[in-house]
Design a protein around this ligand. Structure first.
Ligand code: NAD
Length: 460
């Protein structure tokens, strides 16, 4: 069995793995990256990127449906869902090829196959070309996560599908029950309903997107209801069985029949079959336990991304990948600041947030001031014809510290970064209001919400 030696062996090439591999290479380390699917991981191939392409299609369909509002007559337009899926596959392929290009540029050796840790310095890789052993001074594990289901329900990717199946299926059900109204649930509700599927969202907790600020959930529910996306909250799913129509979902408040069910109840870290047990690497609640430098309980073995704990977000994985790479290279990187990770959901309108919700800030004993600015009062939003939503700023009443920001609306996922940078620089409300925001922009709503928290909103 051949053995190849490197400074670092990275297992998994999702956003955590490929970024850590590139950062290691930039720092002069030789790197092997092991991948048993395509480079780019779930994010590029089956998650973030293809779903954003599908959501863009949904937005275009929506604009066509509203064309008359803009004085444009479009008679009998047809939206081809299969072509939307094919476009999203082309987008994902292009981005995956981009990762391969970056690997070549940085002289990273891509080793196809499945990697298993055999010791703190050895990863055994089994692939089409046989088995090989990669040795490294350090190993970075970045194996990601996979969709999970609820007890007693098997995801067969036919009647009961996961996000993995949904991004591949060129067909579209006439009716769909989505179990779970987190990010995956609301994004697919948006896509399928834009193309004409009757969508019902079932959420166990009392509101949809339950990790977001309550006002975001309430307003998004109203907007979804207007678009005939039904959301049933506080619902306990008892069983999912095959029926004549496709599937029957039995809940504590009745039964629902649909052609398909999309399971969107969260993801489970891929911590099995990676060889953690061979070394006694510690886990906690099915995630690998790591230090602020992303090192596991075994020296020289690092873990990043979804397998290293919440939040299960690509950008958090990338940040962890940089920390791990720099720590291995002997630098003293700044640990990831888990209190300042933006959360972005790309349904229409988009949701973006950072920091604490109003309720959480109060629960933490903070005396808060809140500023809220609706997009109906934003000139740019009115001009765009996109006025659903608001910006909400939650700050400490006495110091002006920005505790949390919650945006529902057009380009929310772009706008949130003003506050991410602001919080990194420990900006207060005062610094935001003394920063001139261009007119007319959607970002003015961020300025106005901040002014509102100080009782100084101009345009409301
Ligand atoms: P999630 O944890 O965000 O949401 C799952 C939802 O399902 C929760 O609201 C939960 O209360 C609900 N739920 C759980 N069990 C249930 C049951 N038995 N019946 C009804 N509802 C139930 O998970 P997700 O939406 O599947 O996404 C998986 C991961 O991927 C998350 O960490 C998410 O942040 C990430 N993701 C992010 C994005 C994005 O950033 N845009 C998009 C997709 C996924």
């Amino acid at each position: 069995m051949a053995t190849q030696k490197f400074d670092v062996v990275v297992v998994g090439t999702g956003p955590g793995g490929y970024v850590s591999a590139i950062r290691c290479a930039q720092l002069g380390l030789s790197v092997a990256a092991v991948e048993d699917d395509r480079p780019g991981g779930v994010c590029l191939n089956w998650g973030c990127i293809p779903t954003k392409a599908l959501l863009r299609n949904a937005e275009v369909v929506h604009l066509f449906a509203r064309a008359e509002e803009f004085g444009i007559k479009v008679s009998g337009f047809q939206a081809d869902y299969a072509e939307a899926v094919r476009r999203s596959r082309r987008v994902a392929d292009r981005m995956a090829k981009g990762v391969e290009f970056l690997f070549r540029k940085n002289k990273i050796t891509l080793v196809p196959g499945r990697g298993v840790l055999r010791s703190a310095t050895a990863v055994e890789v089994t692939g089409a070309a046989g088995t090989t052993t990669l040795e490294g001074r350090a190993v970075i594990l970045a194996t990601g996560s996979e969709p999970r289901s609820i007890p007693g329900v098997t995801i067969d990717e036919k009647r009961v599908i996961s996000s993995n199946g949904a991004v591949r299926n060129e067909g579209r059900p006439a009716s769909l029950v989505i179990i779970g109204a987190g990010a995956v649930g609301v994004e697919f509700a948006d896509v399928y309903s834009a193309y004409g599927t009757t969508v019902t969202l079932l959420e166990a907790l009392p509101r949809i997107v339950p990790i977001e600020d309550e006002e975001v959930s309430t307003q998004l529910s109203r907007i979804f209801a207007r678009r005939k996306i039904e959301a049933k909250t506080g619902v306990k799913v008892q069983s999912v069985t095959a029926s004549d129509k496709g599937v029957r979902v039995t809940t504590d408040s009745g039964t629902l029949d649909a052609e398909q069910v999309l399971m969107a109840v969260g993801r489970a870290a891929k911590v099995k079959d990676v060889g953690l047990d061979n070394l006694g690497i510690q886990t906690e609640k099915n995630f690998v336990k790591v230090s602020p430098m992303m090192e596991t309980s075994v020296k020289g073995v690092y873990a990043i991304g979804d397998m290293a704990g919440a939040p299960l977000l690509a950008h958090k994985a990338m940040a962890e990948g940089v920390v791990a790479a720099e720590a291995i290279a002997g630098k003293s990187p700044r640990p990831v600041d888990y209190t300042n990770v933006p959360s972005c959901t790309y349904c229409r309108p988009q949701i973006a947030s950072i920091g604490l919700t109003e309720a959480k800030a109060k629960e933490n004993g903070r005396t808060v001031t809140v500023g809220k600015f609706p997009f109906t009062a934003s000139g740019k939003a009115v001009a765009l014809g996109d006025t659903d939503g608001f910006v909400k700023v939650v700050a400490d009443k006495s110091t002006g510290e920005i505790l949390g920001v919650h945006i529902l609306g057009p380009e929310a996922t772009e706008m949130i970064h003003e506050f991410a940078v602001g919080r990194t620089l420990e900006a207060t409300l005062e610094e935001i209001i003394h920063t001139i925001h261009a007119h007319p922009t959607l970002s003015e709503a961020a300025l106005e919400a901040t002014l509102g928290a100080l009782g100084q909103a101009i345009h409301l």
